[in-house]
Write a protein that binds this ligand. Structure first.
Ligand SMILES: C[S@@+](CC[C@H](N)C(=O)[O-])C[C@H]1O[C@@H](n2cnc3c(N)ncnc32)[C@H](O)[C@@H]1O
Length: 204
């Protein structure tokens, strides 16, 4: 399936993200990176062009693996010195590569209506924790006409599937089944970050 232009072009992708997150753009990566100690290993699901690694994790000497369905984004991960895996992730599937932290940012809604099997696989692969950050503010009703148009154009799956998104309440309900060590909104309130404790008996 041919993916949307923003998932093929990292410059366009970065422009769209900057517009949607405004002055809080840098905070979204920082909020996740601050939870990961230097020297850890990280698997980043739906990593996009690996902005998290480029801007926040590489300087912390993280061993980074990015998984994404976009060939160009995986080429970027490799160019940055990370390990890139080109793979279309499905809700129920094979086990994920093991790491200290398994991360997913801005992508859980692609796995609606029920991403819990995927979260279970993330927990099974994580030695120290799972970090999931997901937008909770719907910008398609923003006061800015430009933000509104870009938010609508960028929504939906990478192949143009119908837009689906979480509300904060939906996320809180989903994570109520898990052991959540921390949950907080990033500055600006657009994204909520959940830190899940690892399983007691990892079964990977
Ligand atoms: C909104 S971007 C988020 C990228 C990155 N995590 C970030 O926060 O900057 C979503 C990414 O998920 C990828 N993606 C969406 N569904 C996927 C799937 N089922 N398997 C693999 N990658 C997927 C897209 O190719 C895109 O790079």
């Amino acid at each position: 399936m041919k993916s949307k232009l923003i998932y093929r072009n990292r410059i366009l992708y970065n422009c769209v993200m900057r517009l949607l997150y405004g002055r809080h753009y840098a905070c979204r990566g920082e909020s996740v990176a601050d939870l990961i100690p230097a020297g850890s290993s990280v698997v980043d699901l739906c990593c996009g062009p690996a902005v998290l690694y480029e801007r926040h994790l590489s300087r912390k000497h993280i061993t980074y693996t990015g998984i994404d369905g976009s060939e160009r984004f995986i080429a970027r991960v490799k160019q940055l010195g990370g390990h890139g895996i080109l793979q279309r992730i499905s809700t129920a599937g094979e086990s994920l590569p093991a790491a200290d932290y398994v991360v997913m940012q801005g992508s859980l809604a692609y796995f609606l209506p029920d991403p819990s099997l995927l979260i279970d696989r993330m927990l099974a692969a994580a030695r120290k924790g799972v970090i999931i950050a997901e937008p909770v503010r719907n910008l398609s009703s923003s006061r800015s006409a430009l933000v509104r148009r870009v938010a609508i154009a960028a929504s939906g799956g990478p192949g143009g599937e119908q837009p689906q998104r979480f509300t904060e309440q939906m996320l809180d309900d989903l994570f109520a089944r898990y052991r959540v060590d921390k949950a907080f909104l990033i500055p600006g309130g657009r994204e909520k970050v959940y830190f899940l404790a690892p399983q007691e008996h990892p079964g990977v």
